[in-house]
Write a protein that binds this ligand. Structure first.
Ligand SMILES: O=C(O)CCC(=O)C(=O)O
Length: 274
């Protein structure tokens, strides 16, 4: 299976319309790939909070139309990253769009964990509530977005739903780049799954982006990693490696479910059982 991970630059000297045209052209150039991936909120920028409202689109807005067309022209499965979606009731969501090679919408995923604590996305956008998987001919995708990467339980839920390849579009900041690569590898190892994590390059809203999109295999090996600038990673991988890894090292079968309850306070203060 061949994937192209498009780490597009999001800079303020380019209009959203120009970037949309450029992204569509980059997708069209990936003809022959099985799967193409774009990052999170690449129209406005993930940290351009002031742009979320003005840049928001209905689900079937201009980005949807451009990406559906690009997917069908290239004949590829396209995870088109995410857009600021304005739902019919006015609520905003950070919504990822996945298109089939015929340009049909295969899935939409509203980001569940919103970033910013009591600011930015966390207050401006609504939270999604549904896990999303997408069946491709050779693998099942599990989709998650940026900050979701910090929440392993979401990925376990996706594994339970059949996910073998996680696709994680992001707008991860440079200042926490070490977390990004570490977490991408951790999610791959603990779930014995591929991780295709696609970040943005450039600087917007004063926040330099990490770039460093990364593809990790189910054993935690890094198959490809981008630098900081705009770049397209092209990677060939064998999706059967998920099944082989899960059979040869069947740690997922040793999961103990329901550990959240009951729990018991330890002794502490050196008085416990050592
Ligand atoms: O978790 C982080 O450090 C970055 C998350 C983020 O930038 C986002 O979800 O938009």
């Amino acid at each position: 299976m061949r994937a192209s991970v498009i780490q597009i630059a999001v800079n303020e000297d380019e209009t959203v319309e120009a970037r949309r045209r450029r992204a569509a052209s980059l997708v069209r150039q990936q003809e022959g790939a099985d799967l193409v991936v774009l990052p999170e909120l690449w129209t406005t920028g993930a940290f351009a909070f002031d742009e979320f409202g003005t840049g928001a689109e209905p689900l079937r807005g201009p980005t949807y139309e451009a990406m559906a067309k690009a997917a069908s022209e290239a004949g590829v499965w396209l995870h088109a990253g995410s857009v600021p979606e304005r739902a019919p009731d006015g609520q905003l969501f950070n919504t990822s769009l996945v298109f089939s090679p015929s340009g049909d919408l295969a899935a939409a995923y509203r980001k569940i964990h919103r970033f910013g604590f009591d600011k930015g996305e966390a207050v401006l956008m609504g939270a999604g509530s549904e896990l999303v998987t997408v069946r491709l001919p050779h693998t099942t995708l599990g989709v998650a977005t940026c900050y979701d990467l910090r929440f392993p339980e979401l990925f376990r839920g996706l594994v339970d739903a059949g996910a073998e390849t996680f696709v994680v579009p992001a707008g991860w900041p440079e200042r926490r780049r070490s977390h990004w690569t570490l977490l991408a590898q951790a999610r791959a190892v603990e779930n014995q799954a591929f991780v295709l994590a696609c970040g943005t390059a450039g600087t917007h809203a004063g926040v330099p982006q990490a770039g460093h999109s990364i593809v990790v295999d189910p054993w935690g090996e890094v198959l490809a990693e981008a630098g900081a600038d705009e770049e397209i990673l092209t990677v060939e991988f064998d999706p059967q490696k998920v099944t082989r890894t899960r059979e040869q090292f069947p740690a997922l079968k040793d999961r103990v479910l329901g550990l959240e309850t009951p729990w018991r306070q330890g002794q502490g203060q050196g008085q416990g059982q050592g």
